[in-house]
Every structure is written in C-alpha cells, then in structure tokens.
Design a protein around this ligand. Structure first.
Ligand code: FAD
Ligand code: DHB
Length: 389
C-alpha cells in the first residue's frame, strides 16, 4: 500500500493533520491502536483556545463545537477564602476559551475524515516505523490478521506520550528536557449541576480545580500524592476533600452528585528537540507534555499540525523542503511559552512537599498581585487565551 503522509495515532493531532492535508489535496492514511469507540469516549481535555476554535471553524469542522460548546469569559483564582475573577475576555479584547470535550472533537474529526473517504485503520497492532532517514519511509502494522506495509513520503508521529515513533529516532539525534512534579491530580466526573465557573483554588490542604463538561456534568480535580490510588478514595471522602479545599468566607459553594469516573493524572513537563528527524515529524503529546494546569496540550497539538500541514503543502507545491525544515523551531517557541505558563500556574497554586512558610507567603503574594494588578492579570490572560508570538 502507498500514501503520501502516513499518520500514526488518531488523537487530535493525527486527525486534524489528516483533515488539513485533505483540504490541500494531500493524501494521508491514519493508523490507530485503539478502537473507534474507545477514542471517541476517553475523557481528557475540555478547555479549547480561540485559535483552535478559529482553525476548526475556518476548515469546516466546528459546527457542533459552536452550537454545543460553552464559551468561558475568564477564570477564577480562589484564595483568601474568596473567588477573584480574571476577565480573560475583557483583557484580551474579545478573545476567550471554549469548553468542549476533547472526545467530541475526536468524533467531529473522525466523521469529517470518513465522510471524504479518508482511511483510518482502528485497532492496528504492532505498528513499526522505519526508513525515515531515506526518501521512502515505511510503516508496518498488523490489521485484521494481515501484515501490511505502507510506503509513504513522510511519517507524522502523532501517537501521544506512550507512542512508538519518538523512540525509533536515534538517541544521539535529540535532546530531552523534562521535569516531574511531586504530585498528581485526582480527577472526577460527576453528575451534578455545573458550577458554571472555572475555579483554580489555592488552599493549605492543596490545589483544587472546578471545571465542567456540560451543564449537568461537573469535572473536578484535586492535588494528591503521586503514589496515591483511586482505591483510597470512596465517594464520601472525595466530596469531603473538595468541600474542605473549596470552603471560604464568601459562601460560594457547589453541588455534589453521583461520581461516574475517577482517575489519577501524573504531572509532568517534557519536550523533545528537535521534533523531526529525516522524514519523520513528531506532533502533539508525542513531542511534548505539559502539566494540565494551563490547559494547553490539545491546543499545542493542533498548533503543531497546522505548521506541519503548511510545510507539507509547500513541499508538494514546490518540491522544496525549506518550510518543513523550520517545523520544529516554529512549534517550539509556542511550546516553551506554554511549558513556562503551565509551570508558573502549577508553582503558584500547588502545595509542594518541601514547602515552608516562606514559600507559601510568596505564593499568596503572587496570587494577590495577579488578582489586583492589571499588568499581572493581563499576562495571565494573554497566556491562558493562547500566546502565539
Ligand atoms: P493523544 O490524544 O494521546 O493521541 C494519540 C493517539 O495515538 C491515541 O489515540 C493513541 O491510542 C494512539 N497511539 C498510541 N500509540 C500508537 C501506536 N503505536 N500506533 C498507533 N496509534 C498509537 N489540553 C488542553 O489543551 N486543554 C485542556 O483542558 C486539557 N485538559 C486535560 C485534562 C487532563 C486530565 C489530561 C490528561 C489532559 C488534558 N489536556 C488538555 C491535554 C490533552 O488531552 C492532550 O495534550 C492531547 O490529547 C494531545 O493530543 P495528541 O493527538 O497529541 O495525543
Ligand atoms: C480542565 C483541565 C485543565 O487542565 C484545566 O486547567 C482546566 C480545565 C478540564 O478538564 O476541564
């Protein structure tokens, strides 16, 4: 079999890349290890930046997002027992973020791809990439009991943080920059009326986050020890922890409900440089991981594949690889800004095991400054809405 661009992974990066390439008349082929039902139901991101919304709208896949997504004008920092609003919409002159679940974006992109005859092989097994240091790279895999070899011009490694593409690049060809944070997030999805607010809470018992998915589906997180396990947290203990971390003198409260999902999410920063080797290009979580505090990972994945699609389009139009050669450096500017922002938000809002009172005074001072200084609030808003410079 043969295609122009072989895409490994049907996450937001892989699917959006296939969609952008199709619009430019470039053929692609997606391999995905999981089933369609699984990728279309896995709960992950929820906060979508304006630039992602705009790209989806400009390329005709934002129909449901614009109808069902919920725009958020800003975020609340909760400390000193009160909510402090950072009006991202006002500060950014009308730019904001949208709440729309990642698995709904996946559904929209899978549907768009299949509607135009795109090829997605779900439940592919034993996926291998090779020969990307030549002009004729190859992807081999098993599908429905058959061994298949796919010849292509380029490979896009969009296979997430646990994928295989990154590890096939010779170790001497890249540098890894990483940081593991000394806590994880315990996440729940609960059938409860949504608070209608996005609240990042600083509390002596640790960080908590109130988010939502739909008006009747609340997504919430709190910081836990990285060795903790879901089994230690029966529902009553979870709600007691949220009420303790979100209490305050302002009387703000939220409703509990039936918990339908519990998970623990590691907190890590990771960047590989460069994000390309020969004719293989890494995009999204395959190339970088961001702690979820800044809500950036999906948005970066989409920004990466926009650059990649532009580079490929330039190559197919001219035969020149100049645009493709700048792929990493273009992506990495925005990635490092997001890494810094997520690290900054994480550092300001979480309890660290080696914290002392001095450190906590600094955190509180930073929170008070951010909530009361126009310049500091503007900086948070500019990064939260997505800084593309
Ligand atoms: P993935 O979504 O991981 O997709 C990779 C795909 O490749 C998967 O479907 C996988 O099955 C497949 N795959 C893996 N190995 C292979 C293989 N060998 N062969 C073929 N296929 C393979 N980001 C935001 O922007 N906003 C948020 O609000 C936000 N909230 C988050 C909350 C949580 C709790 C978490 C965990 C993440 C959050 N993120 C957020 C981050 C976001 O979910 C990820 O950054 C995003 O999924 C990255 O997309 P991707 O396509 O690069 O990778
Ligand atoms: C969500 C995730 C985040 O990382 C974040 O900063 C805000 C919201 C969410 O899953 O809704």
């Amino acid at each position: 079999m043969r295609t122009q661009v072989a895409i490994v992974g049907a996450g937001p990066a892989g699917l959006m890349l296939a969609h952008l390439l199709h619009l430019q008349g470039i053929e692609s082929f997606i391999l995905e290890t999981r089933s369609r039902a699984s990728i279309e139901s896995t709960v992950r991101a929820g906060v979508i930046e304006q630039s992602t919304v705009d790209l989806m709208a400009a390329t005709g896949v934002a129909g449901r997002l614009l109808k069902e997504g919920c725009p958020h004008h800003g975020i609340y920092l909760r400390f000193d027992g009160k909510n402090h609003f950072i009006d991202v919409f006002e500060l950014m002159g009308g730019k904001t973020v949208m709440f729309y679940p990642q698995h709904e974006i996946i559904k929209d992109l899978v549907a768009a791809c299949l509607a135009v005859g795109g090829d997605i092989r779900f439940e592919a097994q034993n996926v291998r990439v090779s020969d990307f240091d030549t002009d004729h790279p190859k992807v081999q895999f098993q599908h429905e009991g058959q061994e298949i070899t796919l010849d292509c011009d380029f490979i896009a490694g969009c296979d997430g943080s646990q994928g295989i593409c990154r590890n096939t690049i010779p170790a001497s060809a890249y540098t890894i920059y990483d940081k593991i944070y000394p806590f994880s997030w315990f996440g729940i999805l609960a059938e409860a009326p949504s608070a209608g607010k996005l609240i990042y809470s600083y509390h002596e018992k640790g960080f908590a986050l109130v988010s939502s998915r739909t008006p009747n589906l609340q997504r919430m997180y709190f910081q836990v020890d990285p060795n903790d396990s879901v089994a230690n947290w029966p529902d009553e203990r979870i709600w007691a922890e949220f009420y303790a971390r979100l209490e305050g003198e302002d009387g703000w409260t939220f409703e509990s409900g039936k918990i339908i999902k519990k998970d623990i999410i590691g907190m890590r920063s990771y960047v590989i440089e460069p994000m390309q080797y020969g004719r293989m290009f890494l995009a999204g979580d395959a190339a970088h991981i961001i702690p979820p505090t800044g809500a950036k990972g999906l948005n970066l994945a989409i920004a990466d594949v926009k650059h990649l699609a532009d580079g490929l389009q330039h190559f197919y139009a001219t035969g020149n690889t100049a645009e493709l050669e700048t792929y990493s450096s273009k992506c990495l500017r925005r990635i490092w800004r997001a890494e810094h922002f997520s690290w900054w938000m994480t550092s300001m809002l979480h309890r660290f095991p080696d914290d002392n009172k001095f450190q906590q005074k600094l955190q509180l001072s930073q929170l008070r400054y951010t909530a009361s200084s126009h310049a500091a609030a503007y900086s948070l808003a500019e990064n939260y809405a997505g800084f593309e410079g």
